[in-house]
Design a protein around this ligand. Structure first.
Ligand code: URA
Length: 439
């Protein structure tokens, strides 16, 4: 006779994590039941971190079929709450960017779209590594707060039309745990895992339509355009299968967007766009994404650019910032110290390496190297010579900003060689920001 050993948890699990790992390791297809179980059991702590790490690596190496990714996404959605915007007066549209350098587009975009009676619930994140985070940028505005309750968010969406805030911990908790694990196990770059991570949060958030800005180039997660294209296709299919009108733009992240990288610096540039000015690439992408969001939300024929010129988008911006405790008229923080980067020869800027500029901004204090660290509001890089512009020997290419001047040396090291200069007089093709549209 055998006697069962008493255990804290007597639940009999229907699968064994090792069998699930072996199935994927050997190139097999995970069954729906295996996927539902492994995601749920991992969230409950029954599947150990090292087992999920092995499975994530097997997925990275072996890939997943469309049906597997869709089931995995649904299992992550089922791990948490779902939001519901159906009681709002206006249709909803959301945007997600896969992240880049100088990517401040959410700031002018959300109020711009809201001008046309489309509600924009923008649940955003913080920067990690060389890419900046929308919440860190907005927190440079005195008084602004990122955390709202679901009720506050709904009220603001109804009254102002746009909200940019932190995602609550209730949305897709399985992803939160898995993302942290992938970050430390070299498994971030798996397309099925990136796609399901992003889309589980977006679908759980409950938006009716979604525009994805999938970036490609030196400063993006997906450096190769073919990988970015596959990621875009996978996410559009996931959104469409879940009943969300989803479209993706494939956009250039070989060079930083606009002339600023860093929190307060990027807010300043976003306000310039809202005032009808700002750098051409930021305006172009803001307008392209706004048109897609408005079309998806049933407002295809509006004049988006007019709302930037005539101050309507700026009005919504001011109301949006005030609704979250911020003072849109307050001076933005400025770093205490600056240093210049100068050209050692003349030429025309053929390319400007987004990754090098992003890492420099991060080292100056604009980003964090560990979750929870604080960032400097005023730190970052101001770019004075961008792609296509002529440079004379000795010209200032960029100004570095920081409160802690001991950071300059490592930032200068990072940005060294970022400008690739063609001989003077070289005719360059104009930079194409939007490379393709995937629906
Ligand atoms: N952003 C996410 O939310 N998840 C990923 O896996 C990558 C980027």
């Amino acid at each position: 006779m055998t006697t069962a050993t008493p255990s804290a948890d007597r639940t009999v699990e229907p699968f064994d994590a090792v069998d699930v790992i072996r199935t994927k390791r050997d190139g097999g297809r995970l069954s729906d039941e295996q996927i539902d179980w492994v995601v749920d059991a991992y969230t409950r702590g029954v599947v150990a971190e090292e087992q999920m790490a092995a499975l994530a690596m097997a997925i990275l190496l072996r890939g997943m079929e469309r049906a597997e990714i869709s089931r995995w996404t649904n299992a992550m959605i089922a791990s948490g709450e779902r939001m519901d915007f159906s009681a709002l007066r206006h249709p909803t549209a959301d945007k997600h960017s896969t992240g880049g350098v100088g990517d401040k587009i959410t700031l002018p975009l959300a109020p711009l779209v809201a001008v046309f009676d489309v509600a924009v619930p923008q649940l955003s994140g913080r920067g990690l590594g060389h890419t900046g985070g929308t919440l860190d940028k907005l927190e440079a505005i005195p008084g602004w707060r990122a955390s709202l309750t679901n009720d506050e968010m709904m009220r603001q969406l109804d009254e102002v039309g746009a909200v940019i805030c932190a995602a609550g911990s209730g949305l897709a908790p399985a992803d939160k745990k898995l993302y942290a694990l992938r970050d430390v196990t070299g498994t971030v770059e798996a397309i099925p895992l990136i796609a399901s991570s992003i889309m589980s949060k977006k679908i759980a958030e409950g938006t009716a339509s979604l525009v994805l800005d999938v970036k490609t180039g030196a400063g993006a997660f997906m450096r190769e355009e073919s990988d970015a294209r596959e990621l875009a296709r996978t996410m559009v299919d996931l959104g469409t299968d879940a009943g969300v009108r989803t479209v993706a733009l494939l956009t250039d992240m070989s060079a930083p967007l606009g002339r600023t990288v860093g929190n307060a610096l990027e807010v300043r540039e976003s306000v310039e766009v809202l005032a009808g000015g700002g750098p051409a690439d930021v305006v172009e992408l803001t307008v392209a994404l706004a048109r897609e969001m408005l079309t998806a939300a049933g407002r295809p024929d509006v004049d988006v650019e007019a709302a930037l010129r005539d101050g309507r988008a700026m009005d919504v911006w001011r109301r949006m910032i005030r609704a979250q405790g911020g003072d849109p008229e307050a001076p933005l923080p400025q770093a205490a110290h600056t240093a210049e980067i100068r050209a050692d020869r003349a030429g025309v800027v053929r390319s400007l390496d987004a990754l090098k500029v992003g890492v420099a901004g991060w080292r100056l204090g604009a980003g964090r190297s560990r979750p929870g660290e604080s960032v400097q509001a005023g730190a970052g890089v101001e770019i004075l010579r961008h792609v296509g512009e002529t440079v004379a020997a000795g010209d200032v290419l960029a100004v570095l900003h920081t409160d802690t001047p001991e950071r300059f040396a490592r930032a200068q090291e990072a940005i060294d060689g970022a400008w690739d200069l063609a001989p003077e007089g070289t005719e360059l093709l104009p930079r194409r920001i939007v490379r393709d549209r995937i629906a």
